[in-house]
Design a protein around this ligand. Sequence first.
Ligand SMILES: Nc1ncnc2c1ncn2[C@@H]1O[C@H](COP(=O)(O)OP(=O)(O)OP(=O)(O)O)[C@@H](O)[C@H]1O
Ligand SMILES: [Mg+2]
Length: 375
Amino acid sequence: MSNPFTIERLSTQAAFCDRQDELTTFERYAEDNLKVVLFSPRRFGKTSLLLRVQDRLMKKGFVCAYADFSTVTTVRGVAEEIMQGLFSALHRKESLLEKGTRYLRVLTTFKPIVKISETGYKLTVAPDTNLDDITLFRQTVKELAAFVTNHDVRCCFIMDEFQELTRLRETAELEGILRSNIQGVPASFFFLGSRRSVLLAMFNDKKRPFFKLARNEELAPLPEDDVVVFLQEQFTQAGKTIPEDIARRIAMHSRGHAYYMQYVAQELFYMADTEATLKDLERAEEAVLAKEQYGFAGIIQGLPLQQLRLLKTLAQQKEGKLTSARFIGRSEMAASTIVDAQHKLLEQDLIEKDASGAYRVVDPFLARWLTGVDR
Ligand SMILES: Nc1ncnc2c1ncn2[C@@H]1O[C@H](COP(=O)(O)OP(=O)(O)OP(=O)(O)O)[C@@H](O)[C@H]1O
Ligand SMILES: [Mg+2]
């Protein structure tokens, strides 16, 4: 009985909970060459979902490129990530060693390097010029736009963790270059990100180059009922069972975060005998908290005291109205300090407003951990 749950990147063949409407909608957007900004809290399933959309598109002959900006630290690195994504996409479609070489006539700023091994191949890119970083970036984006415009191919680009561009000093210039080249290009672009306030500011601030370039789409939490069905199906198919009320608890406790649903279910599957019990679930959730504690500790270590205090107060009580006398009393902070800390925590996506307008800690397990021992 192998464990059907995973917190690793999902393969496009793996079982997938819900998201049928989103798959259809985003596939249509891609066919219509739309530019879309897709946001949600961390680990909701943005990347998994969009890679599935690309998988569907590839079957229809699209060139599907994926670039991830989460670790880029230089302008050159951004250009490299974009071109590596494009070359990998072309190579998947038709080996660059064979027919694909014709594309290389238009894509000249970087050259692809394909290393073939017994287990497959690895594709990297290296700049083929001595241009300075910004010129290299401009040239790269121009080539990308020219490639899409001049070839009879349909393309879908994902730029993941797009807001990380703002960490670079040159962000305004990069945003300007990207906008002027991408706008009107007959290809779809999906800009994904989890630091919502930073990402949305890029697209919705009148003074920023990306203003009104893309449709704003928020990825919703996984619906409780779908999580219950998914968990029960996965348990059954793998030879164990989970009663509905326990599956529902997982859905409620993970608050639609796909990652926690998978993580708790994975631990629970290991712990359960043939049928999962409430006791197993408690142990499974404890195990998840224990494994995540180092990450949580890293988050709070970086927080100034007032922000930590606000985060803890929010985690400890349900009300979430930061301006109420009760909240202010409980936090032992001045109202103006609360407002300041609130802005900073929002910017880091550590807190959010729920549907009723109350604030809460975004990550349900971080909230739980913060209410534990005195931290
Ligand atoms: N629809 C789904 N069904 C089952 N598991 C899912 C689903 N979507 C995502 N997951 C699981 O949740 C985890 C997080 O997914 P993913 O990395 O796609 O989220 P993300 O929103 O891109 O996260 P981040 O903001 O950290 O980039 C993955 O481990 C994946 O296995
Ligand atoms: Mg992601």
